[in-house]
Design a protein around this ligand. Structure first.
Ligand code: PMP
Length: 409
């Protein structure tokens, strides 16, 4: 029963919805500054290294099409052929009549990439983390996650009802202290990290987390949303980059929306885990199957990634060049290791929003990341580099940043 003093709210009371405070802060910040809203800007065509917004052609650093495959005609052809064959929607949950051969084919390809027994795909990456984490653990269990972990993992952890502990970003020693103190009081334990952090562009020491999970008999789950196609000489992800056996990670999670230029999420792991999810993860069982065109597109993108590793090398060279130039120009690029994600930290939401607006005026689309998505003192612009960017575009971007920064204060 609600508290006696809880005010009764009517159908038009939206202001103090659970996340209303966050919406208010972002919208008010823009309104107070009198700046054009940087959010929901519509792109008139494909957003590649350049994009058209309204009637302006601008440089683009706000899309995570890391290997440039969203514009690849082979990917588009695969999607179109799937539509011609299967229609747009599978029109049912896969469990009950939504299954198409392309679903299993994509899952075989992803399982082969990680060398795991099995794989399952879901309609969204965010939904994957929520439904998988939310239903693998329960109230008696323990979830230990990096403080910078993606929102979808936090939501999943909350849904599970497990005890949730965040350890300081990338600090395996702190994670061990927490596990040592809490492990014995819980049934199952899950250690949750990303392969490449989406806000900071840095990478964990995977072997240390593998050892930790082993020592405390915990599952290790790695979210590869931003590491597939980015890390490792062939883009196979953090295990390839760091010479770790992928079999040492219990649960590989990834999205189809970045390198694989589609929409959806995947889990790769042991057969028993995948079978449980197939029959018992509500976000899979009670959701429509993935659109066959998206599964076909992701499959083709994965095949191109494997056949053309030079794209991965180009992406990394581009990101390193951007990072080097931005540092030389005196910008604070935080923890970025120069793989694909480079923040330019400005220290206040107002400064980040102002600089984004000035850069848009000057001909560049880069989004501000403001409080509460990151702490206020680390409000930033976040640059996504891609294989498609040219050296000239990268040099122009840093020159524009340097020329515009005075206006941000
Ligand atoms: N995990 C991480 C680390 C992410 O950054 C994101 C979103 N960008 C997701 C999961 C969710 O994936 P999707 O956007 O494909 O739903």
């Amino acid at each position: 029963t609600p508290a006696a003093d809880a005010p009764r709210l009517g159908r038009d009371d939206f202001a103090d919805l659970p996340n209303g405070r966050e919406m208010g802060m972002i919208k008010d910040a823009v309104a107070v500054l009198g700046l054009p809203n940087p959010f929901f800007r519509a792109h008139e065509g494909r957003a590649g290294a350049e994009t058209t917004i309204g009637d302006r052609r601008v440089l683009n650093f706000s899309s995570y099409d890391y290997l440039g495959l969203n514009g690849d005609p082979r990917v588009a052809e695969a999607a179109k052929a799937a539509i011609d064959r299967y229609g747009v929607s599978p029109s049912a949950s896969r469990l009950v009549s939504g299954e198409r051969p392309v679903h299993a084919a994509l899952e075989r390809d992803l399982a082969a990439l990680y060398g795991t027994e099995a794989c399952l795909t879901f309609v969204s990456g965010h939904a994957t983390n929520v439904t998988v984490i939310g239903n693998l653990l329960g109230a008696r269990d323990l979830i230990l996650h990096d403080a910078a972990i993606h929102n979808s993992c936090v939501e999943g952890a909350r849904l599970s009802g497990a005890r949730r502990i965040a350890f300081p970003h990338n600090d395996a020693e702190a994670a061990e202290r927490e596990l040592a103190a809490a492990r014995a009081r819980h049934g199952r334990a899950l250690v949750l990290i990303e392969g490449h952090y989406s806000m900071d562009g840095d990478v964990p020491d995977l072997a240390r987390f593998v050892a930790l999970a082993r020592k405390y008999d915990a599952w290790l789950m790695v979210d590869e949303a931003h590491s597939l196609g980015v890390l490792g000489a062939r883009g196979h992800g953090i295990a390839e980059a760091q010479g770790v056996d992928p079999a040492d990670v219990d649960i590989w999670m990834g999205t189809l929306s970045k390198t694989l230029s589609a929409c959806g999420g995947y889990i790769c792991g042991r057969a028993g885990l995948i079978q449980y999810l197939q029959y018992a993860a509500p976000g899979f069982v009670y959701s429509v199957g993935m659109a066959p065109a998206l599964a076909a597109a992701a499959r083709e993108a994965l095949a191109i990634m494997r056949a053309e590793p030079e794209r991965v090398a180009r992406l990394n060279a581009n990101a390193r060049l951007f990072l080097t130039l931005a540092r030389e120009a005196g910008f604070d690029t935080g923890l970025s290791e120069g793989h694909a994600i480079v923040p330019v930290i400005l220290g206040s939401s107002v400064a980040a929003t102002r600089l984004s607006a000035s850069l848009f005026e000057a001909g560049m689309n880069v989004q501000p990341i403001v409080f509460p998505a990151v702490p206020e003192k680390s409000a930033r612009l976040r640059f996504f580099l891609g294989a498609e960017h040219t050296e000239a575009q990268i040099r122009t971007a840093v020159a524009m940043l340097a020329a515009t920064r005075g206006r941000a204060r």
